[in-house]
Ligand binder design. Structure first.
Ligand code: ADP
Length: 428
């Protein structure tokens, strides 16, 4: 039991005993008890009144002096009040720090309510989008009217960021990333990505130009190498024949490199055109014939294709992707391996899987295989005559066809490269 309550009960008991004794001596026990009890009530009421006044004044300063139950209640209220004040101070300083942090950010941060009206924004957002105090509570789509931005906000799918040029300054590109939180509110992060995009464009242009520019000197060199090789000069020292053969081999490799680089540049910089109906079985068959030539009968190559699956796409690009996967299975696996290509049109997806039972790939390399020039075993892969760009091309082709590449491989047991196309998006 609380100390105050105990004191109060003891006090009442002692008072009752004292009043009883006094009443016994003056012969008026009941009257004495009533008068004494009344006085105790008045004393208690004054304490309640003082406590009440203290509370009415906002419970500031120390609570009124009291003992017993009222002393306990005052103390508890005082402690509660102190804790509240401390929490308020902490909350205010946290809010101040949050404001400072969000003000220091280069990225704009905007909070939109469930109706997608502006609720709060940081100074960077005000600077990037020209927001002013009067815009508060305005729907964001009234302020940024670009159709792609409006459908981004209204579409409600925020897994990928949106890039859109600023109205009035088409050169400036802003990136919007959004996340829903709390009660269907939306946190919108705005970044100026103009510089990054310009740098990326410069890089793409550079790669495209250099690959294009290399073609002419390479054609001239290849021509001369072929001419020199065709001349029958028995007196030529054997070292010359070896040198010419190596020059031819390296020139072929450089030609392949420039072709692959130009293909990648095209895939990155031109808009995807996927309006052709591509019959997958018809597309795969010539690839298999070429793969058989490449293998020279050293691998068993088979294909299963049920029905006549087709997808909407670009046949040249798809040919390049499937050819890269099939030729890789030949180039990177030892003689005697089985290679199978399976085309399957399921209910929601169409898949093209290239499977081999060859050397397989260490799992630690799999996530990086589609990076340009990434090779788990550089020496062996270079010998196989590849450019290191094949899987990067496959990845880009699939992105342009809204497809995905899955790589499943076990060292020593072989690999399966599966291209998956979503019906809802692309199937004819
Ligand atoms: P490359 O021109 O070297 O073939 P890719 O980008 O096509 O370049 O492939 C990257 C690397 O992935 C290859 O160098 C090879 O080590 C590995 N690889 C690709 N396909 C296979 C496969 N079917 N079996 C084993 N390794 C493979």
């Amino acid at each position: 039991m609380q100390q105050g309550l105990r004191t109060e009960l003891t006090r009442i008991a002692l008072l009752a005993v004292a009043l009883g004794i006094a009443g016994f001596f003056n012969g008026q026990v009941l009257l004495t008890l009533i008068v004494g009890g009344g006085l105790y009530m008045i004393w208690t009421l004054t304490k309640i009144l003082r406590l009440y006044q203290w509370l009415e004044k906002g419970a500031k300063g120390l609570p009124p002096e009291a003992t017993g139950v009222w002393g306990d209640i005052s103390n508890q209220l005082y402690r509660l009040q102190k804790r509240n004040e401390l929490a308020k101070i902490n909350y205010r300083s946290l809010l101040k720090r949050l404001r400072k942090v969000t003000s220091a950010l280069d990225e704009g941060l905007i909070i939109l309510d469930a109706e997608r009206c502006l609720d709060w924004w940081n100074p960077a957002a005000a600077h990037l989008l020209g927001l002013q105090e009067v815009d508060n509570r305005q729907p964001i789509t009234n302020l940024i009217r670009s159709p792609i931005f409006v459908s981004f906000i209204q579409g409600g799918k925020f897994d990928l960021p949106l890039e859109c040029p600023t109205s009035g300054n088409e050169q400036r590109i802003l990136q919007f990333s959004a996340r829903i939180f709390g009660d269907d509110e939306l946190a919108l992060v705005v970044q100026d990505v103009t510089r990054v995009r310009n740098l990326e464009d410069t890089r793409k242009d550079f790669v495209a130009n250099i690959s294009h520019e290399l073609r002419t000197p390479l054609t001239v060199l290849t021509g001369y190498i072929e001419t020199l090789q065709s001349i029958d000069q028995p007196e030529l020292p054997p070292v010359w024949n070896k040198a010419l053969a190596q020059m031819e081999q390296q020139a072929t490799r450089m030609n392949l490199l420039t072709e692959d680089l130009m293909m990648l540049s095209r895939l990155e910089s031109t808009p995807a055109s996927t309006d052709e109906t591509v019959q997958l079985c018809a597309l795969i068959h010539p690839i298999i014939e070429n793969a058989q030539d490449l293998s020279q009968g050293k691998h068993q190559i088979s294909c299963t294709c049920e029905g006549s699956p087709s997808i909407a796409g670009n046949s040249k690009e798809l040919h390049s992707a499937f050819a890269n996967l099939t030729y890789n299975a030949v180039k990177h696996n030892p003689d005697g391996c089985d290679i199978s290509i399976a085309i399957n049109a399921g209910e929601s997806t169409t898949t093209v899987a290239v499977k081999d039972n060859g050397c397989g790939i260490d799992p630690k390399h799999i996530s990086r295989l589609t990076e340009r020039f990434y090779r788990p075993d550089d020496g062996r892969s270079t010998q196989s005559g590849g450019t290191g760009l094949g899987l990067a091309i496959v990845k880009h082709v699939l992105i342009r066809h809204h497809g995905q590449l899955f790589i499943d491989s076990k060292l020593g047991h072989g690999s399966t490269f599966t291209c998956q196309f979503d019906h809802q998006r692309r199937t004819v």
